[in-house]
Design a protein around this ligand. Structure first.
Ligand code: HEM
Length: 447
């Protein structure tokens, strides 16, 4: 089999390489942030927690978004059988994304903030992201041509690209004084936009997931089935309306909370389906488990089950009051963005970049060690955060509370296992992704 010549890569591969660099940086910042949990004031002068947190969160969020776009742009021509409409537009978009990421990183190092939680950079840096995204929408729609008799993943990608722009703009409405001056409405919009934005990038990622599963099984039965479209509509419904658990503690209209609570509970259908299909999943997993990308998909499936269970519990208002402002929220966010998003994206990356990589084949054993270490350490990481969250929640509810410092001391064992597991997790990611960057030797290209 001829291996690829590294000089003639499609632009989508460069999206993936750039995203992987962000992942490597992101987990490194995360580890430093974790150390700062244990040693308050560590690196205070150069890289305080006020900087490492946004550096970490922005890097990993951009990893997810850029890798999702890169995977979609790689799978799109495989679906249509043609090149994407304009690789020049994709290249410009990538340049704009790189420019924005650099500006944001330099800004954080220099202590220039001015944004909101999760997007803590000055809103002006959003401009290249928005322009790049407009180019992506144009490129995607032009590449697809028409929507007649398209499989579900084409609809999911379309929904993802359109809703991401919408929710991103919504998250920036606070720059307009009218929105900023109404505090409750401002916060409601802010948290609503974050919830829906995650739903938008999930549409891109789950669309790629369905494409990959079809590719592995060699048939397109599922992506045209009515169950696939039904699940897509549940996802869309949730994307639009299930963000209510983000605002339970805000004194906003009750009907908004009631509607979103009911919508959140439709996700029980997804959970029920996972359990119902469990036996089938296990036998399918046995059949394809030798294939690296498939393994990541199986891992993500288990994490969907764990994360959805925690998310559904957190969507019950009586439990939400208890978990709000604790590390249970962080466990939920990281469980979803690592266990589901990152593992699925790694499945695509190994399918797209790894298939023809000499060094991925050569390093299969160490990549497998990375895979298992990442899964085990993530589980310990997640449980530690939940443990810390429960301890804090119990403290919050006590009428005769001990002082805050005393409670923080009780959290220390959880933080210690969180940091050790986080270090192993970060190392596992590094081990898995480094071979993807290595250029094939000439001898391998000639075979
Ligand atoms: C792909 C890998 C990772 C992803 C996608 C990820 C994602 C995130 C996200 C989204 C947050 C914000 C959570 C929130 O505010 O609710 C966060 C916070 C954080 N993450 Fe990660 N993370 C990753 C790996 C790591 C690793 C390996 C560590 C190492 C210990 C780590 C340590 C932290 C810390 C310390 C915070 C700050 C929590 C706080 O504000 O109290 N992360 N991460």
């Amino acid at each position: 089999m001829a291996l690829s010549n590294n000089n003639s890569k499609p632009v989508s591969h460069y999206f993936l390489f750039f995203a992987l660099i962000l992942l490597a940086c992101g987990v490194t910042y995360g580890t430093i942030g974790g150390l700062q949990y244990l040693i308050p004031g560590y690196l205070k002068e150069t890289l305080s927690f006020e900087k490492t947190r946004p550096l970490h969160v922005s890097s990993v969020v951009f990893w997810i978004i850029i890798a999702a776009v890169g995977s979609m742009l790689s799978y799109l021509p495989q679906h249509t059988g043609k090149k994407i409409y304009s690789s020049m537009l994709a290249r410009i978009q990538l340049m704009l994304m790189i420019g924005a990421a650099l500006a944001i990183t330099i800004g954080y190092y220099a202590g220039i903030f001015g944004g909101r939680e999760y997007w803590e950079f000055p809103p002006l840096f959003s401009l290249p992201i928005i322009i790049g995204w407009l180019l992506l929408i144009y490129n995607y729609i032009s590449s697809i041509g028409n929507l007649f008799k398209q499989p579900v993943y084409v609809w999911m990608w379309l929904t993802g690209v359109l809703f991401f722009l919408f929710t991103y703009l919504e998250s920036l409405l606070w720059v307009i004084p009218y929105f900023r001056s109404h505090v409750i409405n401002d916060m409601t919009i802010q948290w609503k936009s974050y919830g829906s934005m995650v739903g938008s990038w999930n549409m891109l990622i789950y669309g790629c997931g369905i494409f990959l599963m079809d590719k592995i099984s060699g048939e397109k039965k599922y992506s045209y089935s009515s169950i696939a479209f039904l699940l897509y509509f549940i996802g869309l419904f949730n994307l639009m309306f299930n963000w209510g658990h983000h605002i339970y503690t805000l004194p906003t209209h009750a009907y908004v909370k009631h509607i979103s609570y009911i919508v959140s509970m439709t996700e029980l259908l997804l959970l029920g389906r996972i359990i119902y299909k469990w036996k089938d999943s296990v036998s399918t997993a046995r059949k394809y488990f030798y294939y690296l990308p498939f393994r990541f998909m199986v891992a993500a499936d288990i994490w969907i089950f764990l994360t959805l269970s925690l998310a559904l519990a957190m969507s019950v208002p009586a439990i939400n009051v208890f978990t709000h402002g604790t590390h249970i929220t962080v466990a939920h966010t990281m469980g979803a963005t690592i266990g589901i998003n990152t593992f699925m994206l790694l499945a695509f990356v190994f399918d797209i970049l790894g298939e023809k990589s000499y060094y991925v084949k050569q390093n299969r054993k160490s990549i497998m060690i990375g895979f298992w270490s990442a899964n085990i350490s993530l589980f310990i990481f997640w449980i530690s955060l939940i443990g810390a969250g429960i301890t804090k929640a119990i403290w919050q509810m006590k009428s005769n509370q001990e002082i805050f410092g005393e409670m923080m001391k009780n959290l220390w064992p959880y933080f210690l296992s969180f940091v050790i597991a986080g270090f192993v997790l970060a190392t596992a990611f590094w081990i898995m992704i480094v071979p993807l960057f290595r250029k094939n030797p000439q001898s391998a290209n000639d075979k």
